[in-house]
Design a protein around this ligand. Structure first.
Ligand code: GLU
Length: 555
């Protein structure tokens, strides 16, 4: 009779360590009572998903507020799906959102005593645990070919049974060790499967930090734990890594919830204490068809964090927005604290909604306006610079022509009691502020301009000519009075209301005059306050633009 130990030695002759050795190598962490150890465990298979940023943000928060540790583990066991460089990119992007790990995989290197933090470098550790399970009779080699597995699946489908490798369908769990050894010696390829003792008709109690207590069917699947390439599957690696990295709370997307019974059985069989689980709600979107669906990498640009970076959204805005999804009381807190010291907000799982939250771009833009509205002109310049340097060469060039001039543009109605909240992103800013720069302005005014058809060209010229009298050394209110006076002198009513009351008495209202001024100076109808625009352009440049427009219109 060949014993399980002999089988295990045949499969893993090079493995001499035991689980006890690993327990010693990765001892319990020495942390204060209540400190949480959390982790973000991305697979390097593509860009950082907005939902993943959400998870990572909550992990960071829970660790920070409890005085614990947040680490990153790179789950790169699916070599077929790996995209070169995406691990590094994930780290860079997380950092832009201030989600910085205390230890773990850090792209250029790893830090911490619980590594390696890259799963492909942990093959030895997994093998120790798998060898242990084989010795205990709780894992075995499975020699089924893909065709044979397909046949099993078909049979189950015909009989309307749950698919999978379990019970009587788990063909190779019934082999004797002699047969196993013979097949291995014959060079037949195999994977290693876990031998489940569960029954899916039994219910087991589980606790989830977001969902509370409920029951779930026990696992009965003999899942693959070691693939043919010598690397573990997610399920097995999760149990081993979260145990030996001493994770206290596993936070992950709720799509992992159905796998929980497998994980529970693995933890129990390996003799590991289970971590706490929090299955976080998935971020949704209302699709064209009108029903809710998961934010999709394929269909929704906002599913990728890079979308917000490339369009120059302030990173704080996305974090603040995601935090309102995480905790329903956060928004109120935020305004009470005037967007200051956000890290002091106390997150709690109880305040997390169970339903997937709907992604709301308008809401995000609202927060972005609030955030940018609170920045100084200098902060605005630094943010615009760092965004444009990476993503927007045109804007970068404009800023660098004269950084202080750019700051003045940013300062329009900013450093005052009720600042305007004009901007929610830096993407496209080169279009909005382009008219301040003469070369761009000249191009703009070559196009058809949005003049009000009520006024003919000679009338517009007459107005523009008078507007040269506007002084710029006065306060805005005085300036506006002067504008009204000029308008009055030309037969324009001092307000729209008065024009409405006596339409025959006036040619238009002061607003029409302001619009002509705006179009002349900026080439657009919608532009910032003309007083501020004129102050930034300076008297000389304003007169030049006025004269040039008069000349153009007189042709
Ligand atoms: N690598 C898994 C994923 O990217 C991680 C799930 C988990 O956090 O446990 O979905």
């Amino acid at each position: 009779m060949i014993s399980n130990k002999e089988l295990a030695d045949l499969i893993f002759p090079e493995v001499h360590e035991t689980i006890q050795d690993l327990e010693k190598r990765y001892p319990e962490r020495n942390l204060p009572e209540g400190a949480e150890v959390t982790r973000f465990a991305p697979s390097p298979t593509g860009f950082l998903h907005t939902g993943s940023l959400f998870t990572a943000m909550v992990c960071r928060k829970v660790a920070s507020q409890s005085g614990g540790v947040f680490y990153i583990r790179l789950e790169d066991t699916d070599t077929k799906r790996e995209i070169a460089g995406s691990g590094e990119q994930l780290l860079t992007q997380l950092k832009l959102f201030n989600v910085v790990p205390d230890e773990g995989y850090l792209a250029t290197h790893e830090e911490g005593n619980y590594g390696p933090y890259t799963q492909s470098k942990r093959a030895d550790i997994y093998k120790v645990c798998i060898k242990h399970l084989i010795e205990q009779g709780r894992a075995y080699p499975d020699f089924c070919t893909p065709q044979e597995l397909e046949e099993i699946r078909k049979k189950q489908e015909e009989q309307k049974l749950i698919p999978g490798y379990y019970g009587e369908f788990a063909r190779d769990r019934f082999l004797t060790n002699e047969e196993r050894v013979q097949k291995i010696k014959d060079g037949i390829p195999y994977v290693i499967r876990f031998k489940s003792n569960g029954n899916h008709l039994n219910k087991i109690p589980v606790h989830d930090l977001v969902r509370g207590d409920f029951e779930i069917a026990q696992n009965d699947q003999d899942i693959v734990i070691l693939k043919g390439d010598g690397l573990p599957t997610y399920h097995f690696a999760h149990a081993v890594d979260d145990h030996f990295m001493r994770t206290t709370t596993v936070m992950r997307g709720e799509e992992w919830m159905p796998s929980l019974p497998i994980h529970i059985e693995l933890f129990e069989t390996l003799g590991f204490k289970k971590p706490n689980y929090a299955h976080l709600p998935v971020i949704m979107k209302v699709g064209e068809e009108g029903h809710r669906r998961k934010l999709s990498k394929r269909l929704d640009s906002e599913a990728a964090v890079s979308f917000f970076l490339e369009d120059g959204y302030p990173s704080e805005a996305l974090i603040v927005y995601l935090m309102t999804i995480a905790n329903s009381n956060f928004e109120e807190w935020l305004f009470e604290h005037d967007f200051r010291n956000i890290e002091e907000f106390k997150f709690s799982f109880d305040k997390m909604s169970l339903d997937g939250a709907l992604f709301d771009l308008t809401k995000l833009q609202f927060f972005a306006r609030e955030i940018l509205g609170r920045k100084t002109k200098h902060e605005m310049r630094l943010m615009a610079e760092s965004y444009s340097k990476e993503y927007n060469p045109k804007l970068f060039e404009l800023i660098n022509r004269d950084p202080l001039f750019f700051e003045e543009i940013m300062n329009i109605e900013r450093e005052k009691e009720n600042p305007r909240k004009d901007y929610y992103k830096f993407g496209g800013m080169e279009e909005i502020i382009g008219f301040f720069y003469n070369d761009i302005y000249e191009e703009l005014v070559k196009q058809d301009l949005p003049w009000n058809e009520k006024f003919d060209k000679p009338m517009i010229c007459k107005v523009l000519n008078e507007l040269k009298k506007l002084g710029l050394d006065q306060e805005e209110s005085e300036w506006f009075n002067q504008l009204k006076e000029i308008a009055g002198g030309l037969g324009f009513a001092p307000s729209g209301k008065l024009l409405k009351q006596e339409p025959d008495k006036y040619v238009g209202a002061v607003g029409d005059v302001a619009e002509m001024l705006r179009i002349t100076l900026t080439g657009r109808k919608n532009a910032p306050n003309p007083y501020c625009v004129m102050r930034i352009l300076g008297k000389q440049e304003c007169d030049r633009r006025l004269n040039q427009m008069i000349e153009k219109l007189s042709k």
